[in-house]
Design a protein around this ligand. Structure first.
Ligand code: GRF
Length: 186
């Protein structure tokens, strides 16, 4: 059974989709959820699903200790799902080729510092783009820069609000993220 670790800072709808997908097909198990926010919705999901969780804080973060804790779970993949920090380089180096992220736009467009969550959808709509999508990529030391694993596209309507676009993008994420993880661990 493959072990997955999810890092998330927000509501955790992607985490929920991944947990549900692998609960059903039994090929992997989310063995730990890590969050940098003590009040993140994803922690309610962890509690409900009885998945152990860890809250980390930049001031007190002990990288070596965190790496040991992550290693204990023998993760096949570390999955970032709406995780708002840049992953510390020591962690990237400790798990080469094993950390992936999802970005709610077609990188290299609409990526980089400050381009997260609703900022991305606002920028895409404001630029009058007729297409957006998702990018699943490996994580390296640079924001939104690692090798791309998968992109999926959707249309942007002329009258779309950023929220409408966000919900279309979430649907793509919930479908493709679990399946991409499955592909990578097989
Ligand atoms: C997703 O849109 C993801 O692409 C981005 O942050 C959002 C997280 O949403 N990096 P959720 O917490 O999984 O609902």
């Amino acid at each position: 059974m493959h072990s997955l670790i999810i890092f998330a800072s927000g509501a955790g709808s992607n985490a929920a989709a991944i947990i549900a997908y692998f609960k059903q097909n039994g090929k992997a198990k989310v063995s730990l959820i890590v969050s940098n926010k003590a009040d993140a919705g994803v922690l309610d999901i962890a509690k409900k699903e009885e998945i152990p969780f860890l809250i980390i804080d930049r001031q007190t973060l002990h990288e070596t200790m965190l790496i040991e804790q992550l290693t204990d779970h023998k993760p096949s993949l570390i999955v970032l799902a709406g995780f708002m920090w840049k992953v510390p380089a020591a962690i990237v180096h400790a798990f080469p080729g094993k950390i992936i992220n999802i970005h709610p736009a077609l990188l290299p467009g609409y990526g980089g510092k400050g381009m997260y969550g609703h900022h991305v959808h606002h920028a895409v709509v404001a630029a009058g783009e007729r297409e957006s999508g998702i990018t699943i990529h490996y994580v390296n030391e640079v924001y939104d820069d690692g090798n791309i694993i998968l992109q999926a596209r959707c249309h942007v309507d002329e009258n779309d609000s950023p929220d409408e676009l966000a919900s279309r993008i979430h649907k793509l994420e919930h479908f493709y993220y679990p399946r991409t993880i499955e592909f990578l661990i097989e």
